[in-house]
Write a protein that binds this ligand. Structure first.
Ligand code: NAD
Length: 341
């Protein structure tokens, strides 16, 4: 491969057939904001529900080296013309090297020719696309008058989640719980920036107060029990993306309206897996959020209804935000350009 060169900004909108653009992590952070990510994720959920976009089977393997988990998430969005994959995984020893443990890169291909067209850093994009998913669910499913948001979890994803969620409703207060309470300081800092009060609370209080709850932990047990949750609450379960992980009481599911990004993932690796296994929920009871976005299915049907969004995370979300990032970076003259031949 020849060395990548950075073209002047005015040349970057005139890319030639076969040019490959490289969008580094730092450029992704500069060019793609929460609003761009929201629009890209909302559009791809809508396309998935219309069968205009589909995810391919996920590959995830333990490497037997460095304790690493490595895999691919891929798909094709015919509506948005995004084809490609996110490759990466989890390297537990990276932190000691000053690197992020979760590593990912998105490869985009030209759907007309199969030629690679972009390499996009995927670490920041993973966080913004995951936050965009819960935000899309809040926008379409939470009560309009939601005032209190509850955060369960205060790890890497949580700050992205909270910042994006605060833009969806006129929240007046933030309550938070984390296994290790000191980590809540970074959520308190975001509350301060937003001019909102923040309170660290026990989980039962969080359930009693919050109109919108985001769970974003690596827990393997129900952290929120059914009786703690306020009528009318919206719960975005974002942490459970693997078999065995769990964040909420499966008993919440039978009486709730349940939505997801992709039903096949929800029942196998999402939060719904436990309610399905316990016979408390059937696959047919789950609605793809894209159908709500498209107006083909109702969202919330009463003010007292509890709504659950099972955000499992799909490759098409990554392709959607990476495509947007590549387009915006080209327009801003911020990409490096190279060719394979
Ligand atoms: P992180 O390691 O930075 O933070 C983990 C969080 O989980 C912390 O708040 C920690 O206190 C909490 N936690 C860990 N074990 C727990 C337990 N037993 N009980 C209660 N809390 C516990 O991770 P992160 O990057 O913030 O990711 C959080 C979760 O979100 C992970 O499970 C990750 O796989 C998942 N995730 C999902 C998506 C998606 O698309 N749905 C995308 C990215 C990450």
């Amino acid at each position: 491969m020849q060395t990548a060169e950075t073209l002047p900004a005015n040349d970057q909108t005139n890319l030639q057939d076969g040019d490959i653009v490289i969008v580094p992590e730092a450029v992704c952070q500069d060019v793609i904001g929460r609003d761009d990510a929201f629009k890209a994720v909302e559009a791809v959920f809508a396309a998935m529900a219309k069968r205009d976009a589909w995810n391919f089977p996920v590959v995830r393997e333990a490497l037997g080296h460095e304790g690493a988990l490595y895999g691919f998430k891929s798909g094709f969005d015919k509506a948005g013309m995004a084809l490609g994959l996110k490759s990466g995984g989890y390297w537990p020893n990276n932190a000691a090297r000053g690197l992020t443990n979760h590593q990912s890169t998105v490869f985009l291909f030209d759907p007309d020719t199969g030629r690679v067209k972009a390499l996009v850093g995927g670490n920041y994009l993973t966080a913004v696309r995951t936050a965009a998913a819960s935000s899309v669910s809040i926008a379409h499913l939470a009560r309009q008058d939601a005032k209190v948001i509850g955060m369960v979890g205060a790890g890497h994803q949580s700050t992205f989640q909270l910042r994006a969620a605060l833009e969806q409703r006129k929240f007046e207060k933030i309550v938070g719980w984390n296994l290790h309470a000191p980590a809540l300081a970074k959520l308190a800092e975001i509350a301060k920036e937003a001019g909102l009060p923040f309170e660290a609370v026990e989980r039962d209080r969080l359930g009693a107060e919050a109109d919108v709850i985001i769970t974003i932990t690596s827990a393997h047990e129900a952290l929120l029990l059914k009786d703690w949750i306020k009528p009318g609450a919206h719960i975005a379960c974002m942490g459970t993306d693997t078999k065995g992980k769990q964040e909420i009481d499966p008993a919440l599911f039978p009486a709730a309206a349940v939505f997801t990004d992709e039903i096949a993932q929800a029942v196998t690796i999402g939060e719904a897996q436990h309610a399905i296994a316990g016979g408390l929920l059937q696959e047919d009871d789950i609605t793809a959020i894209g159908d709500v976005i498209n107006g083909d299915q109702p969202g919330r049907t009463s003010e007292d209804q509890i709504t659950i969004f099972d955000g499992t995370g799909v490759g098409l979300q990554d392709l959607a935000v990476a495509s947007a990032a590549a387009d915006l970076a080209v327009k801003a003259g911020r990409v490096q350009v190279t060719r394979l031949i």
